[in-house]
Design a protein around this ligand. Structure first.
Ligand code: PGA
Length: 419
């Protein structure tokens, strides 16, 4: 049973406070922390921050920490950690708000993940196996990773409007091979950029970025095995009914203002020119009509991140309206492990792809790696193949592959619908 829960404030990969929890049972201590990202709107769970501008610029999370130490711990002590849905429900009942704004999703999620780890510990099975049991799923799949190799949008200081260009090693045979491909191409890309644009990087548009990636891939022997995914995050550059591809440029010419129809044409041309297999948030999060048009074009996967915000009601609407065909799951947008399992099921029942995603603010917690294997999501997006908090996830997938041995099924070419 759960004997003690102790929370503290730590810093995430951006240097911004987040919540860490140590949850104790008779089997030992189980630690988890909450990731954090750019809030994308009113449909996601609420992150509780102290708001005192004099302390961490308002971002400290001592209220969320205290909610765990004083309220959540009282409600959960004595519970069986294998009963994930009851633990999550107890926190939801204690919170009483739709968006978890009373206790804070950063408090609730950190405890939910720690309890999930404790549940696995109680059963003495690996975390991914416990998650698969919770989801009632017999299959385990190592996901195909999408490695971010060029960042733009709000995540970078360059002029690139779209948020990320990712490489997806669908042709790898195993995950370790996929990771090697990702790492090698990442370093080739660094060399290509230095050769063409100098050591201080470059300012290119989406075509320019894709050309650099294409060249980096061509310097390896993996050309046939690597596909490309785009994370457009188009809400960031939508102005009214137009999309401003120069939104970060100081000298705007106005020539790069595109209508929804022109954006569709642009995506079509990019997909024809480059091996693009997936586009995330190609339009503004409320531009349901244009996303729908693009989803009906060709075989490219269309992923809803900001469009869906991992919210079951938004997902349901998108399923009904046939708006996109893949869910990007960010666990802290929904808030508990149980609800994350449910929305993944909702997406899979609709025959959608599922991408388990990191946040821009991550910690060394590798939970999403196990989640992705346990839910057989088929796809994971955890950033570049470098930096500790990103590699925490990819390295955990290496360990899981090793542990599963011959049973390790790498999603690879089955990335959209693994067995
Ligand atoms: P975030 O985005 O800033 O919302 O966490 C991360 C991502 O989608 O890769």
């Amino acid at each position: 049973v759960i004997t003690k829960i102790k929370a503290r404030q730590i810093l995430d990969s951006r240097g911004i406070p987040t919540v860490e929890v140590d949850l104790f049972t008779n089997k030992g201590m189980f630690r988890a922390s909450a990731p954090s990202g750019d809030p994308s709107g009113m449909y996601e769970a609420f992150e509780l921050r102290d708001g005192d501008k004099g302390v961490y610029l308002g971002n400290s999370v001592t209220r969320a920490v205290n909610n765990i130490n004083e309220k959540i711990s009282k409600a959960l002590i004595g519970m069986d950690p294998t009963l994930q849905s009851q633990i999550d429900q107890a926190m939801i009942d204690l919170d009483k708000t739709e968006k978890k704004s009373e206790l804070g999703v950063n408090a609730i999620l950190a405890v939910s993940i720690a309890a999930c780890k404790a549940g696995a510990g109680e059963k003495e099975v690996p975390l991914y196996k416990h998650i698969a049991d919770l989801a009632g799923k017999p299959h385990l799949t190592i996901p195909t990773p999408a490695f971010t190799v060029i960042s733009g949008g709000k995540h970078a200081g360059n002029n690139l409007a779209i948020q990320e260009i990712m490489i997806v090693p669908i042709g790898a045979i195993r995950f370790d091979e996929a990771l090697q491909m990702g790492s090698e191409i990442y370093y080739h890309l660094k060399a290509v950029i230095t050769e063409k644009h100098g050591a201080h990087g470059c300012n290119v548009g989406v075509d320019g970025g894709l050309d650099l990636v294409k060249e980096a891939i061509s310097r390896t022997e993996y050309t046939e095995k690597i596909s490309i995914a785009l994370g457009a995050a188009a809400s960031n550059f939508c102005q009214g009914t137009k999309y401003d591809l120069d939104f970060k440029s100081p000298n705007k010419s106005g020539q790069n203002f595109k209508s929804g129809e022109e954006m569709i044409e642009m995506y079509k041309e990019l997909c024809a020119e480059y091996p693009i297999i997936s586009i995330e948030d190609p339009f503004d999060k409320e531009d349901w009509e244009h996303i729908k048009c693009i989803s009906n074009l060709g075989t490219c996967q269309v992923v809803g991140d900001e469009l869906l915000m991992s919210n079951p009601k938004r997902i349901e609407r998108a399923i009904q309206e046939n708006t996109c065909n893949a869910l990007l799951l960010k666990v802290n947008q929904i808030g508990t492990v149980t609800e994350a399992i449910e929305v993944v099921k909702q997406a899979k029942d609709a025959n959608w792809g599922v991408v388990i995603s990191h946040r821009s603010g991550e910690t060394e917690d590798s939970f999403i790696a196990d989640l992705s294997v346990g839910l057989s999501s088929g796809q994971i997006k955890a950033g570049a193949p470098c930096r500790g908090e990103r590699l925490a996830k990819y390295n955990q997938l290496l360990r899981i592959q090793e542990e599963l041995g011959d049973d390790a099924f790498y999603a690879g070419v089955e990335w959209r619908k693994p067995l």
